[in-house]
Design a protein around this ligand. Structure first.
Ligand code: BES
Ligand code: ZN
Ligand code: ZN
Length: 485
């Protein structure tokens, strides 16, 4: 259910109100005439409770909510994250009291802080409930959020909403099971997302993929009954700030059974999320294109499922790539890198300013840092890496830089071919990144989102199921590029 968000110049007297400020002094100056002495005492006492962020006074036909930012001296990006979480907490309270319309009143919060709060509310309201016959229990009652603040314009709300819609579109793509979201359905859904936009979207079919000798994608696809696809989204605005594009390559594994090296039962159901990198690239492009950011950017997503089947890829096989690289396959479950290599070789044709891969690539990345961040590594991209890390802090999709020393290259040397698709027992996320780096000489950053892409249990405003990680990150990065002189 969509929440309508708009500016107001006069909070209705009978509305539910949400006061949120940075100091108690400011808060009390606003509410002293509204509350009776008992209520004022209650509020004062409650604000000292460190566990509660939002205090509620329930007047039955409406509610009054109050919040004071607990640590206003924190760095900006941490305050923003507190506000997203406050948005989540607020939505839970709205549900409890069945609040349908609320006016948020703030003098202290700046534009970014208000947007972060909205972000927390909107992303928390996302549900993937289309297969629940009766989803009424979990319905969000909040229909309208009015903002009473000088810090924000109506147009800020609208443009921010575009990005949040793309995050939710990403979650939908990830959450849809493979029986309804196979390769062709994924490609069709992406085409329809861009239908009324000025981007150029092309879906390469199997014949074209064969003619381009995308043998990694074709090999992984050998056990499947659905043909592979390669999605290319080009956004080249007339007033682009850059000549050579930023190219994003996302892993579009609509389902990863492991192939012949089939996975064990535990957790296999989450492998519908193995296209989260591809969905993230598509959805970030969606936000960039609909916001018409003046930056030349391209999104590339190789798409297939990975299954055991009649003529599946098997350990011991060798794949010959279009650049001449021979890859020895030692495990069919290390398939993401095999299809991404073709995506990267295709990306090289654009001579990118920077090439970013985003993928649910390794269990090793998940094991190393969990859901709390993105495992990242880079080659010839130091300044860009810092900027992306800065974006990661701003949107709180944080990057953890892993070493990417040349020494690791020896771990993917093959005895009978040029490289192999798995490393030794150590540094699994890095050797996967090294495999990808082999296929490009352009400035390169690899993002392994295996940890944060899918939450089996609800995780605050990031929700349950697909989190949409990477969408706000890549959007913010390109938005910063669009502001640069
Ligand atoms: N899709 C998986 C990685 C993954 C794991 C994503 C957990 C999300 C959550 C990937 O294709 C895979 O299976 N990787 C193997 C590689 C190994 C065989 C070298 C892994 O990490 O175990
Ligand atoms: Zn796998
Ligand atoms: Zn995979």
């Amino acid at each position: 259910m969509k929440i309508e968000i708009l500016k107001t110049s006069s909070p209705g007297a009978d509305n539910s109100l949400f006061f949120i400020e940075k100091s108690e002094k400011q808060l009390f100056s606003e509410v002293k005439l509204l509350l009776n002495p008992k209520e004022l005492t209650f509020l004062k006492k409650s604000l000292t409770d460190t566990k509660k962020n939002i205090i509620t006074i329930n007047r039955f036909d409406n509610q009054l909510f109050f919040a004071v930012i607990k640590k206003p001296a924190l760095p900006e990006h941490l305050i923003l994250e507190e506000l997203r979480k406050t948005g989540n907490e607020f939505l839970c309270k709205a549900k409890k009291f069945e609040t349908s319309t609320v006016t948020m009143i703030s003098k202290d919060l700046n534009k970014n802080e208000i947007m972060a709060f909205i972000e927390g509310v909107v992303l928390s309201s996302y549900r993937f409930d289309k297969y629940k016959s009766d989803a009424a229990d979990d319905k969000n009652p909040l229909k309208k959020l009015e903002l009473f603040s000088d810090a924000i314009k109506e147009s800020d709300i609208l443009s921010h909403n575009l990005v949040l819609e793309s995050v939710c579109a990403c979650r939908d793509l990830v959450n849809e099971p493979v029986c309804f979201m196979n390769t062709q359905a994924f490609a069709k859904q992406v085409s329809s997302m861009f239908k009324n936009t000025k981007a150029n979207v092309e879906v390469l079919n199997k014949t074209k993929i064969e003619s381009l000798k995308m043998n990694g994608l074709l090999s992984v696809n050998k056990g499947s009954v659905d043909p592979p696809a390669l999605i290319v989204i080009e956004w080249k605005p007339a007033k682009a700030k850059n000549k050579a594009p930023y190219v994003f390559v996302g892993k579009g594994l609509v389902y990863d059974t492991g192939g012949i090296n089939v996975k064990t039962a535990a957790g296999m159901e989450t492998m519908k999320c193995d296209m989260a990198g591809g969905a993230g690239v598509v959805s970030a492009m969606h936000a960039i294109v609909r916001s018409e950011l003046p930056v030349y950017a391209v999104g590339i997503v190789p798409v297939t499922d990975n299954r055991p089947g009649g003529n599946s890829l098997v350990p011991g096989d060798i794949i010959n790539y279009s650049d001449g690289t021979n890859v020895e396959v030692l495990n069919s479950d290390a398939e993401g890198r095999l299809i991404l290599a073709d995506g990267i070789l295709y990306a090289n044709k654009y001579k990118p300013t920077l090439l970013i891969t985003m993928a649910t690539l390794t269990g090793a990345a998940h094991a190393a840092i969990g859901k709390y961040g993105i495992v990242a590594m880079g080659k010839d991209s130091e300044a860009e890496f810092s900027e992306l890390q800065e974006s990661g802090n701003e949107v709180f999709e944080r990057l953890v830089e892993f070493p990417f020393w040349d020494d690791y290259d020896e771990l993917i040397k093959s005895d009978i071919a040029d490289i192999k698709n798995i490393g030794g027992p150590v540094a699994g996320a890095i050797t996967a990144g090294k495999f990808l780096a082999h296929f490009t000489k352009y400035p390169f950053i690899h993002l392994d989102i295996a940890g944060p892409s899918f939450n089996e249990k609800p995780d605050n405003y990031r929700g349950q199921g697909g989190s949409g990680v990477g969408v706000r990150l890549l959007f913010n990065f390109i938005q910063n590029k669009s502001k640069a002189k």
